[in-house]
Design a protein around this ligand. Structure first.
Ligand SMILES: Cc1cc2nc3c(=O)[nH]c(=O)nc-3n(C[C@H](O)[C@H](O)[C@H](O)COP(=O)(O)OP(=O)(O)OC[C@H]3O[C@@H](n4cnc5c(N)ncnc54)[C@H](O)[C@@H]3O)c2cc1C
Length: 334
């Protein structure tokens, strides 16, 4: 009988990606409801040393597939390794990060093991009676949230967007079993030749890491409208982010977009300036700890979501707020 929750761990150059840690935390929560174990599947070359850390974050067991052909991610050897693991261990649930690698690997594996895949999930739960995995994701252009179940095939498979699930606490006293798996790989499994790897040296901002975000929408009025938001973000030690309208208008870079087709953020403080709060935007920021909305329209959906709503013109309020914080800091320093 299928059992346990497997998490496909994504590592790049020996660095475990944050989404995999988030998934270990989520798998722990689900496993407690099912009374099952959390199993991390670690694939790569010379990566076994990462196993302890995966146990510290929630894995009960780590299956290590270590082979030189897995040094850099390529579809075929990784799909073969993961398919072998699923055929051998028969998991109940398998989770992948909805990253470029996870989005490439998961459907390939689902096809090979003949099961379904729910891509880009934003929440997971266990149905009380049937114990089925409830996989929820935006559908029909984000206008509804669809909950999908996989009744007849195993494993139940999902990819989950980075940043959606909270990071679990690290517990260095946690230990687990580590098992080396021979997936029958050989160098001839590589059906492409890597000629060169070009890393993008341009360091893009990672708004998912920011503790404070000052976010601007159509209400900022144009690219120059972001300057006061940047100044506020600077005094608060935060970053600037944006709605899709602002990105599509070319006012700010795409890597700062929050929402369904942007990034999912959960900062301690999210200041939404001139953002109405469409469902697709909320999908990316509703997990923020404290939300402030600055908007001309007190009926805007963002005002309802916010912990604090300020009705007024952002071009007046934002610079005043920046000055007030500077003045407060100066007073504190004396
Ligand atoms: C499939 C799909 C995916 C999408 N993905 C995303 C996504 O990832 N992220 C995203 O953000 N959107 C996304 N959208 C678009 C989304 O539906 C909204 O159109 C968008 O979020 C609206 O952006 P906005 O709030 O900046 O603009 P608007 O909805 O036009 O709101 C502007 C707000 O600014 C206020 N305002 C105007 N002037 C001022 C001022 N001077 N001071 C204070 N307030 C002012 C207005 O009262 C208004 O509330 C998606 C849509 C679809 C269909």
């Amino acid at each position: 009988m299928s059992k346990d929750i497997f998490v496909a761990i994504e590592q790049r150059a020996g660095m475990v990606q944050k989404v995999s840690i988030e998934l270990l935390g989520e798998a722990r929560r689900l496993a407690a409801e099912l009374n099952e174990q959390v199993v991390a599947v670690l694939m790569g070359s010379g990566v076994a040393g990462l196993s302890d850390m995966l146990c510290h974050y929630g894995a009960d067991k780590v299956l290590v597939v270590d082979h030189p052909v897995l040094e850099h991610y390529t579809t075929e050897p990784y799909a073969k390794a993961m398919t072998h693991v699923i055929h051998t261990y028969d998991p109940d649930i398998v989770l992948f990060g909805a990253t470029s690698i996870g989005r490439d690997l998961a459907p390939r594996v689902a096809g090979r093991v003949h099961t379904g895949l729910t891509a880009d999930c934003t929440s997971l739960a266990i149905e009380e009676e049937s114990k089925l995995l409830l996989m929820t994701r935006p559908a029909f252009g984000g206008n509804i949230m669809a909950t999908i179940v996989c009744k007849d095939y195993r494993p139940q498979m999902a990819t989950v967007r980075p940043g959606v699930m909270p990071l679990p606490e690290k517990d260095e006293s946690r230990t687990g079993e580590v098992e080396l798996v021979d997936a029958g790989l050989s160098m001839s499994d590589m059906n492409v030749e890597i000629l060169e790897i070009n890393r993008n040296e341009k360091k893009s901002v990672d708004i998912t890491e920011a503790k404070i975000l000052v976010s601007g929408g159509r209400g900022v009025g144009g690219p120059e409208g972001y300057q006061p938001l940047r100044e506020l973000a600077d005094v608060l030690g935060g970053e600037v982010s944006a709605s899709r309208v602002a990105v599509d208008s070319g006012w700010i870079e795409k890597d700062r977009q929050v929402g369904q087709t942007g990034k999912t953020v959960r900062p301690n403080l999210y200041i939404a300036c001139g953002i109405s709060g469409a469902i697709q935007h909320q999908a990316g920021m509703e997990g923020s700890e404290y939300i402030v909305a600055i908007n001309l329209d007190e009926g805007a959906p963002m005002m309802k979501l916010a912990d604090l709503g300020v009705v007024g013109d952002l071009s007046v309020i934002v610079p005043k707020l920046t000055e007030a914080i500077k003045a407060y800091r100066a007073k504190q320093a004396v």
